[in-house]
Design a protein around this ligand. Structure first.
Ligand code: HEM
Length: 460
């Protein structure tokens, strides 16, 4: 089955790939949920697929033109309130992670704080924090293997401590907050799979959720109260949220500030930790491309300290990162709910239906990407990007989403990741400890199926 690709959104083509419960179970049995997702994507070849999960029957939409239709051309008709997202709202409340007026007020404030220009003011201090944390990591990882995810979280928390809290929250508390948010996010997988289950009915993960949210509130409550007592004018996220106002002019409540900080942690920290973990796996698995990254960093940074100037001076390193996020699109599902009846690629979509976009599948579309399973940073030379955009539009590559909900943390991710690489790879080479290939696993994000252990060999 095939369907139109390219920028011509709404091409009439009534092909619908139906995925029955039997087929789904069989694919699941063959190789687990990610295998099932990939097989459905391959078979559909860009056609809209409908997955029959009993009472819940979402549409899977992967063609770049259809992605553009949902995220840009008819974005007004596709809200983020998809039913599978309901359990998440228990953790992140009503603000940046929601829809409508409260989302818009939060988005306005946070879009400024996370813009490249604004974040730029933190880059110098972020580089210092990352260099110091990298010194510590080098001292340990040259002696014994370390857990990549834990270490990347530590590095990231030190960098975001400035942007989020202007260093007012002890870094141990940021580590605790990160662990609690991660536990809470992981706890509602079963509720996401059964979104109609009332909260009053106990489900696996409920206790973890309650414990984790208690820790989050213990850490953020006093921080917000202290922020209220400080003179206005701070540049960090918490200060900006405390000074923010709702559409009707009332200041954000303490709960609202707390919800937005948690929303940022949920949206940003797991995905960053996963993206950074895949980065080390990719460096290990593709030595010929990794050698070009090392050569570039040696030339630009040497064994010195990473600084703000390096963020713009490492183009191949950036291409390598883009390719990591193409193949390992950690945010694999972008769900939406249709507000009114619509048609996507000739397929009628009823109001209230859930539509799931998947960067993971679009980034593997054979019609767009030659040999999509192959790791090749050259796909991201400026010429090839231009050519791709001309042929398929802007929605063939969207690891950070697109449209009005596009990721707020893209610049932050780019800056912190480049600084981490520049700081470590000028001085050491990574060696992964593993006996078998590292497979991807589907959770809220796509992450390595088991812990990744890293040693760093000091560069002679
Ligand atoms: C590898 C790293 C990251 C990836 C792959 C990623 C991916 C995404 C994607 C796909 C979306 C769109 C969701 C949708 O349309 O429903 C999104 C939204 C968002 N991201 Fe990220 N993200 C990353 C890092 C970050 C970081 C570091 C932050 C902030 C600290 C962040 C904050 C957000 C927020 C707040 C939203 C929601 C924006 C809105 O609804 O207006 N993300 N991200």
């Amino acid at each position: 089955m095939s369907t139109a690709i390219g920028a011509e959104s709404g091409t009439p083509d009534a092909s619908l790939e139906r995925v029955s419960p039997r087929r789904l179970v069989s694919l699941y049995r063959q190789g687990g949920p990610l295998h099932a997702l990939e097989s459905i994507g391959r078979a559909a070849e860009g056609a809209v697929a409908r997955i029959d999960l009993g009472p819940f029957r979402p549409y899977l939409v992967t063609d770049p033109a259809h992605v553009q239709h949902v995220l840009r051309d008819r974005a007004d008709n596709y809200e983020r309130g998809a039913v599978m997202w309901k359990p998440v709202s228990r953790l992140v409340g009503n603000g940046i992670s929601s829809e409508g007026t409260p989302w818009r007020s939060s988005r306005e404030v946070l879009a400024k704080v996370f813009s490249g220009q604004y974040i730029g003011r933190f880059t110098e201090r972020m580089a210092e924090a990352i260099n110091a944390a990298a010194d510590d990591l080098l001292a340990r990882a040259t002696r014994e293997p370390v857990d990549v995810r834990r270490e990347m979280n530590r590095l990231m928390h030190r960098a975001i401590s400035l942007v989020f809290f202007d260093d007012r929250l002890p870094v141990e508390d940021i580590d605790r907050l990160g662990t609690a948010v991660s536990a809470a996010s992981g706890s509602f997988m079963s509720r996401m799979a059964m979104p109609f289950m009332p909260n009053a009915v106990p489900m696996p993960g409920d206790l973890t959720f309650r414990r984790a949210t208690r820790t989050v509130d213990e850490i953020l409550g006093p921080l917000v109260a202290e922020g209220r007592r400080r003179p206005p004018g701070g540049h960090d996220v918490v200060s900006k949220l405390i000074e923010a106002r709702e559409a009707d002019g009332t200041p954000f409540s303490d709960q609202r500030v707390r919800d937005d900080v948690v929303g940022l942690f949920v949206a940003g920290t797991e995905s960053t930790a996963d993206g950074l973990t895949w980065l080390w796996v990719a460096l290990d698995e593709h030595p010929e491309h990794a050698a070009r990254v090392y050569a570039e960093i040696e030339r630009e940074v040497g064994d010195g300290r990473a600084g703000p100037e390096h963020v713009r001076r490492l183009p191949y390193t950036q291409m390598f990162l883009q390719e990591v996020l193409r193949l390992h699109s950690v945010g694999w599902a972008v769900p939406r709910m249709a507000v009114a009846d619509d048609v996507i690629g000739g397929v009628p979509i009823k109001a209230g239906s859930t539509v799931v976009l998947s960067p993971y599948l679009t980034h593997r579309d054979r019609r767009v990407w030659e040999r999509p399973e192959e790791f090749d940073p050259e796909r991201f030379t400026p010429e090839r990007v231009k050519e791709r955009v001309q042929r398929y539009g802007r929605f063939a590559y969207f690891p950070f989403g697109a449209g009005e909900h596009v990721c707020l943390g893209e610049q932050l991710f780019k800056i912190e990741t480049t600084l981490i690489m520049a700081s470590l790879l000028g001085r050491a080479r990574p060696v992964l400890h593993r006996s078998e290939p590292i497979e991807p696993k589907l959770t809220l994000t796509v992450r390595p199926s088991r812990p990744v252990e890293l040693m760093l060999a000091a560069r002679s």
